[in-house]
Design a protein around this ligand. Structure first.
Ligand code: ADP
Length: 481
């Protein structure tokens, strides 16, 4: 049985799931990355705009106070509002205010410089190059540094613009972020689509190779090469189709072989009686044989045999091709037994065989083609009489058996050898060819009987033991389809 894990359906489902997961993952990752980068860009731009505002405010503070007194509390306030740390140096590069020391200066409103302060050791030294100049009236009056925090670490912020024009600058709009996300979504979509196409191509390649294989095999079979077979690999639905195709090709090849065998068997069957007729006629023509009643009788008998053979072949070919038209009507099996017995009684008496019947009177009527079933029973009785020695008995019976109606012909003849038993229903099969032909057997009687029974939905069977008689029979369904 096919393992579901190797099925095409499972592989396709898995493939699509992988593609879906990959594309969703790719879109999520890529978009997340782009959005994060954009957000941090926007943040740093905002930082720089804010830093610029602080610088402008410091310059204004200096102007309005004509110096730096009180700058520490100004810086503390500005730092609190902007959530940034601010360090201010005077023109001599001395730190005069540092928002990071805010809590130490809570009550201290004096103008101590940063260098006086004991907290100097807590902060790593700030490189002077990071400080940006503050001008008043065109002259430098000091410098300052704004620190932002990123991942808990202080980051120096370079102000965007030192002029007041910077103040007017609008903070970077978030609409640019939406645009970037949209663009990244499209790019990720295209990327995931390309990967998806690649995956589908890879997944379908093996399946398509098997289909191509099958197509080639079908073409060559169609062109008449009955030995053509599909190469079956794997365990999926296409492999199953390949196996079905190969069984069909086996059956075709087998039937072609049977057709050949049939033609040669039939030719062989025709040759013997024809050779007999030809021999007799030529002997008469040569004056070697008198055209008396015996010679003419032999020729007539051979002609009759040929006639029967041809008729049997015609009937067999019609039943095998399902061309036989059945005239089904409610029929009494007991009647059939009686009619067959009556027609064979003279023949049985001629060879001193007793013909007996045992029929269940309560059998239901069956929908049958009476003549066809009569022929099937007739073939069995004909065989039984031919194979029963004088003094023997042939018994025809009909009775209920396992929900069906059984018709049985039992004889007290020589029986069928065990090795021949499986073949007795085969076409042109004879246990003893010369003896059976001599008694008028065509080797088709049982084959025809089987076909006639099977077209009625029945099954034919045989039970026999060499030396102790045979029982041939068939079972018919009570209500055939
Ligand atoms: P035929 O018409 O030559 O008898 P059949 O198809 O009817 O061919 O039978 C096939 C073979 O089965 C025959 O060769 C015959 O030997 C054997 N056979 C059929 N019926 C009996 C029987 N009742 N007893 C013994 N052998 C039988």
């Amino acid at each position: 049985m096919r393992n579901w894990r190797f099925g095409l359906q499972f592989r396709l489902a898995l493939g699509f799931a992988v593609i879906l997961a990959l594309s969703t993952g790719a879109v999520a990752l890529f978009t997340g990355y782009v959005a994060e980068r954009r957000v941090s860009q926007v943040q740093s731009e905002q930082d720089r705009v804010r830093a610029n505002r602080i610088f402008v405010a410091l310059a204004e503070f200096y102007d309005s106070n004509t110096g730096w007194p009180g700058v520490q509390s100004f810086v503390d306030r500005a730092s609190f509002q902007s959530e940034r740390e601010i360090v201010v140096r005077d023109a001599n590069e001395n730190v005069i205010a540092d928002s990071r020391n805010r809590h130490f200066r809570h009550d201290d409103r004096s103008q101590r410089t940063f260098s006086d302060h004991d907290s100097d050791a807590h902060h790593p030294p700030l490189p002077p190059t990071l400080f940006t100049r503050i001008d008043s009236g065109g002259a430098p009056v000091g410098s300052a540094l704004v620190l932002s925090r990123k991942h808990g670490k202080p980051i120096p912020v370079i102000p965007l613009d030192q002029t007041t024009a910077g103040l007017e600058q609008v903070e970077p709009s978030l609409s640019r972020l939406a645009g970037a996300v949209r663009k990244s979504l499209i790019l990720a979509g295209i990327g995931a689509g390309a990967v998806g196409i690649l995956l589908v191509l890879l997944l379908s390649r093996r399946a398509l190779r098997s289909v191509g294989n099958l197509t080639a095999a079908a073409r060559s079979l169609g062109a008449g090469d009955l030995s053509s077979r599909a190469k079956v690999t794997g365990n999926d639905e296409i492999a199953e189709l390949g196996q079905a195709f190969n069984s069909m090709a086996d059956a075709l090849e087998d039937s072609e072989r049977q057709r050949h065998a049939m033609v040669s068997d039939v030719a062989h069957e025709l040759r013997t009686p024809l050779a007999n007729i030809q021999g007799h006629v030529e002997a008469m023509q040569d004056g070697l044989l008198e055209p008396d009643a015996t010679a003419l009788g032999t020729i007539h008998q051979q002609a009759l045999y040929l006639n029967r053979l041809v008729e049997d072949l015609r009937l067999l070919s019609a039943t095998e091709a399902r061309e036989l038209r059945l005239e089904l009507e409610p029929t009494s099996v007991a009647d059939i037994i009686e009619r067959v017995t009556d027609s064979f009684r003279p023949r049985a008496e001629a060879v001193s065989v007793v013909l007996d019947t045992a029929t269940d009177a309560r059998l239901p009527l069956l929908r049958l083609d009476r003549l066809r079933i009569e022929q099937a029973v007739g073939n069995l009785v004909d065989n039984a009489i031919r194979h029963t020695p004088p003094g023997g008995t042939v018994t025809l019976s009909a009775f209920r058996h396992s929900g069906r109606v059984r018709v049985q012909v039992a004889d007290t003849g020589g029986g069928v050898p065990a090795d021949a038993l499986p073949h007795v229903f085969d076409r042109l099969y004879r246990v003893d060819p010369s003896r059976d032909r001599a008694t008028g057997g065509t080797g088709l009687g049982l084959t025809i009987a089987r076909q006639l029974v099977e077209v009625h939905g029945g099954t034919i069977w045989v039970e026999s033991e060499e030396g102790s008689g045979s029982r041939f029979g068939f079972d018919l369904p009570v209500s055939p389809n």
